[in-house]
Write a protein that binds this ligand. Sequence first.
Ligand SMILES: C[S@@+](CC[C@H](N)C(=O)[O-])C[C@H]1O[C@@H](n2cnc3c(N)ncnc32)[C@H](O)[C@@H]1O
Length: 249
Amino acid sequence: MSEGSSTDFGFERVSPQDKTRRVRGVFDSVAGNYDLMNDLMSAGAHRLWKRFTLALANLRPGQRALDVAGGTGDLAAGLARQVGARGLVVLTDINASMLERGRDRLIDAGLAASLEYVQANAERLPFPDNVFDCITIGFGLRNVTDKAAALSSMQRALRPGGQLLVLEFSHPTLPGLKTLYDAYSFRVLPLLGRVVARDEASYRYLAESIRMHPDQPTLLGMLQAAGLEGCRFHNLSGGIVAVHRGYKY
Ligand SMILES: C[S@@+](CC[C@H](N)C(=O)[O-])C[C@H]1O[C@@H](n2cnc3c(N)ncnc32)[C@H](O)[C@@H]1O
């Protein structure tokens, strides 16, 4: 399903083409500081959220995985350790600067044997049907213009029995957390962006895009609409983040 002739870029309404172009601009701008900012903004919690996602992936040596919107490659690194040198992990991202950083980091980590790199839009993944045992997308779906197209594209590339794992910011469910989280997102994040990365606008977009992202039940429905089965989600850190999981049968 297409998202129509206008879509959200943070709190703004823009054309779909404009969103794709502006998201590219954000990640061109943040690529150099991306890993440092992730650690600072989440106080290291993003590592735990990724570890939880990788525990759900639970791949066996020799299996094949795809990390979509994989950026600097944290999830791809964990997947590569699970599948070993006989397996395959494909790291994809729409943005050349992020993908280049990911490739350099994975080579430095000694994981090159099982990895391949493909610059691709999640909405139109250039892979045959039914190939991957597991597909992950970490903090990526929020940035994709046509999320339904991306979910269908990932469903298509999964092999029967394979699973999709969507790790993404979500909507706090703990009473009282939302007020605190809003203050942090709209005051502290842009300030951190300005002081550390000299880029306030990109970190304001981060806070706004999180608010605009579908909540847990809505995203669950989108996975089901894309043909995934056995769908469920796990809230992490009081719902600040959620991992949605669905299978292709
Ligand atoms: C917040 S980063 C996440 C990187 C990594 N997965 C992680 O968890 O650290 C989001 C990534 O999504 C990528 N991205 C945005 N739109 C995309 C699209 N339509 N298709 C593929 N990647 C996209 C960006 O280039 C960026 O690298």
